[in-house]
Design a protein around this ligand. Structure first.
Ligand code: 3HC
Length: 312
């Protein structure tokens, strides 16, 4: 069947809101966009284990340690789901890992900031997972089947991540003045980088318009960012913390907040690899991959032996 007809069938499916499945014909650029987005999403989950993993041995109680351990393990599982979803589009795991390690592929900017105090574990769960949930709930309705199904599974675990983070911040904010100051400091350092997680403004996003037409995205970067601000500011106020934005103001007519502008120069710098922790994060991933080579070799040798047995 010629390409024009195939394109018409694809477009009709997208218009109807049907899911595109791995075996369906799809435009090369649709496939390329999804390989880029899903693999970078997976990289974000795996690299995202590092800032929190940094505090597992220093959690203030056994309960906090167990909860943080469970969360970090969840993130690893989310990464594997997403790598598998990306593989359905014809890219290999090795290729994706090589793209991450060589710096060709991105991962979420937020993970290039240091985690300096225990309150940062609360800010990450509350704000970073809160922002990720905002984005991932939307992606449950993305037009590519395997990605949508991975999101449905992942979102169930993300809500626990966000709640445990907000609980840490609530307990600290209600604690001693030093604890409240630690929570406020974490909010000050993670507020703006969390807003940058949604991507550049729609006006300067090279991918959003086309991703909306293909129903890969169902809401734009700015729409999700605004929803996140509207939902999160009252949560900060409820526990007595102050959002670090002097332009933040409730607009009664719009029933939403007006607020300041993220430092997009900082954002572009971080995604170019010049953030506070980019080198450390990538170095840790490369080292872990190298240290794990023997496991991959042993598994491959075992699989080959099993194949020989079956073939004999
Ligand atoms: N960090 C790093 N790069 C970013 C970024 C961010 N926060 N936001 C945008 N970018 C990059 C894009 O990847 C793109 O670069 P590329 O073309 O080289 O890939 C460029 O900046 C332009 O941005 P666009 O908005 O045009 O790009 P997208 O249409 O891809 O939108 C996105 C960006 C909204 C992040 C989209 O890719 C997306 O929804 N990705 C899936 C969700 C995701 O990756 N979330 C990351 C967090 S996962 C997480 O937090 C784990 C949780 O459990 C803690």
């Amino acid at each position: 069947m010629e390409t024009i007809k195939l394109q018409e069938i694809f477009d009709a499916k997208i218009d109807r809101g049907d899911m595109i499945e791995p075996k369906d014909w799809m435009p090369d650029d649709y496939r390329k966009t999804l390989i880029r987005q899903i693999s970078q999403h997976a990289h974000s989950e795996i690299v995202g284990m590092l800032p929190e993993g940094n505090w597992i041995t220093r959690a203030p109680s056994l309960r906090r340690k167990m909860v943080l351990l469970a969360k970090v393990q969840d993130e690893g599982g989310h990464g594997l789901y997403l790598y598998s979803a990306a593989e359905t589009m014809g890219i290999s795991r090795d290729e994706m890992i090589e793209q991450l390690h060589s710096g060709k592929a991105k991962y979420s900017s937020i993970f290039n900031y240091p985690t300096l105090t225990w309150a940062d574990m609360g800010a990450i769960g509350w704000l970073v997972d809160g922002a990720a949930i905002m984005n991932q709930v939307m992606l449950q309705k993305t037009s590519y089947g395997p990605y949508s199904r991975a999101m449905i599974r992942i979102c169930k675990e993300e809500s626990f991540h966000q709640r445990q983070g907000y609980e840490i911040m609530s307990v600290l904010a209600a604690g001693t003045p030093e604890q409240k100051a630690m929570a406020q400091d974490a909010l000050n350092r993670f507020w703006w980088p969390s807003l940058m997680m949604f991507g550049p403004p729609d006006a300067s996003s090279p991918n959003t318009a086309q991703s909306m037409r293909w129903k890969i995205k169902r809401e734009t970067n700015d729409e999700l960012r605004q929803k996140f601000v509207d939902r999160t500011v009252p949560q900060a106020e409820f526990i007595g913390l102050t959002v670090p934005d002097k332009d933040l103001k409730w607009d009664e007519a719009k029933q939403s907040y007006d607020w300041g502008t993220p430092d997009w120069e900082e954002f572009n710098n971080v995604i170019k690899g010049n953030g506070p922790c980019n080198k450390e994060r990538l170095g840790a991933r490369v080292k872990a991959h190298e240290n794990g080579a023997w496991v991959r070799e042993a598994a491959a040798a075992y699989a080959a032996k099993q194949q020989q047995k079956v073939a004999a």
